[in-house]
Design a protein around this ligand. Sequence first.
Ligand SMILES: Nc1ncnc2c1ncn2[C@@H]1O[C@H](COP(=O)(O)OP(=O)(O)O)[C@@H](O)[C@H]1O
Ligand SMILES: [Mg+2]
Length: 288
Amino acid sequence: MTPPVLLDIDGLRVSVGGRPVLRDVSLQVRSGEIAGLVGESGAGKTMAGRAVLGLLPDAARVLSGEIRFDGTDLLSLKARAREALLGRDIALIPQNPMTALNPVARIGTQIVDGLRMHLGLDRNGARARAVELLQAVHLPDPESLLRRFPHELSGGMRQRVLIASAFSCRPRLVIADEPTTALDVTVQKQCLRLIRELQRQHATAVLFVTHDLGVVAKLCDSVAVMHGGRILEFRSGDDIFRAPRHPYTRALLAATPRFDRPGDTLVPVSAEVLARLQEEVDVYDAAH
Ligand SMILES: Nc1ncnc2c1ncn2[C@@H]1O[C@H](COP(=O)(O)OP(=O)(O)O)[C@@H](O)[C@H]1O
Ligand SMILES: [Mg+2]
């Protein structure tokens, strides 16, 4: 049976400083499923994720569209209701584990504060829960880790802490914005496995943002391919890989290394495909 839609982005148009960055973006994430949002740098992936989290830059304007979370339109929520939802029901795993943690606060303080605020736990309860969380992401000696500062941890450990924080309040949706891009390949794989493990354990829905189709291939139930602020194709993960429809998706696949076909020659996305996309964007912008 298909799980119900949890996050429904519908016809979202956003501009920054008068420049369109999201052009009629529509995509859904179903309960307990992983949806991939894939595209090259500048496609608008981070903007889409930030729109859901209510973290668009000040200069951004939502021109039209809706973002429904379990039926509630996030864009029309009052600030307080939205804040209550964020961090608790919807959490973020950010791209850069170096800058996402507060450098002058101990790891323990950062996790414990979130648990106290969102779950109303007392200090001891929150501390005990923090230890469990660090254990769940396979970090050794969690008690002593809680007393350390971010700079004392490796990039991979910091990302584990952020993954633990994101899942700490048992959110229903996690937005992972290129969560492994800043890490080396081995650590990347460990972090992906970990996200998968926690996602399955808690049946969390995940919007997984990445420029790497190879990552999405193994992870996602459905995939949205994005370019120029537009969703070009949104289909089941299997379909995207077996029978890509959009020329850009096909080009992107041909440009992505495949684990199952290591000898393949990779072909970069052609100027012709990109020129065609730009034409479509120009037509779209002229009409809006
Ligand atoms: N803070 C910002 N202010 C203005 N424009 C931005 C800002 N961040 C991103 N943009 C622009 O919005 C578009 C989409 O960017 P982004 O969502 O970051 O792409 P992606 O995450 O897919 O690489 C790009 O054209 C980018 O230049
Ligand atoms: Mg981005």
